[in-house]
Design a protein around this ligand. Structure first.
Ligand SMILES: [Zn+2]
Ligand SMILES: [Zn+2]
Length: 220
């Protein structure tokens, strides 16, 4: 099947199914619908199931959302590698992300932590633990591991090896990397995914959770 045909308008009740943010992206000149989880790199549905683990022909994303009053399905599928590549270049919807939205993300954290914190980060080096530059080092390391795993996967033939490498790649995408970025006095903590997305650790900052949410942080 042409992967583009996987894209389809669905007729089920939109109120039940449309819970996911979906956006339209360009893939080699044509348009594709992509859900927020696939953009974020987790590729999961609401139960946490990763669609890439499905059998071939059934590994497309089943998440749906509304665009222009129409219910559409996310078209993410490993059968469409150009789309998988295109997703990596898509910033989230103004999400807090050190790779795709650095300035806004730093300013949002400074809203919570103060100007002094921002100065410290801008003067820190990657060997200063629990800082932004230190976290960027861990992100780079995770990227290297991902590239190595992808290269191994491309030539792997043993099913056990393939399963293992897929698990490793998935783990890197969905888990956070490094330790954390500490806020002022170590009170707030920010966890970061390999794709740069910054999560506010709500267990360390309940009193400011509302403000963090308004600024655009998702919670870890
Ligand atoms: Zn999706
Ligand atoms: Zn996906």
């Amino acid at each position: 099947m042409n992967p583009k045909d996987i894209a389809r308008l669905i007729t089920e009740d939109p109120d039940i199914l449309a819970e996911m943010e979906i956006q339209e992206i360009a893939v080699n000149g044509s348009k594709a619908y992509i859900c927020q989880n696939c953009i974020d790199g987790t590729h999961t549905d609401e139960t946490g199931y990763d669609h890439r683990e499905g059998e071939i022909d059934y590994n497309d994303c089943k998440n749906t959302g509304i665009i222009n009053d129409q219910l559409v399905q996310c078209q993410c599928s490993e059968d469409w590698p150009e789309l998988m590549d295109a997703i990596e270049g898509v910033p989230g919807l103004g999400e807090m992300n050190l790779l795709t939205n650095y300035d806004d993300t730093m300013l949002a954290m400074a809203e919570l932590e103060g100007e002094g914190w921002l100065d410290e980060q801008l003067n820190a080096t990657e060997s200063d633990e629990l800082t932004v530059p230190n976290m960027l080092k861990y992100i780079k390391r995770a990227h290297r591991e991902t590239e190595e795993n992808k290269a191994e996967l491309a030539v792997a033939t043993d099913p056990d090896d393939i399963a293992y490498l897929k698990r490793m790649l998935n783990r890197l995408e969905t888990n956070t990397v490094g330790d954390a970025i500490y806020g002022t006095g170590g009170w707030h903590r920010y966890m970061v995914r390999e794709n740069g997305k910054v999560l506010y650790t709500v267990s360390h900052g309940r009193t400011d959770a509302e403000k963090a949410k308004e600024l655009g942080f998702e919670f870890a």
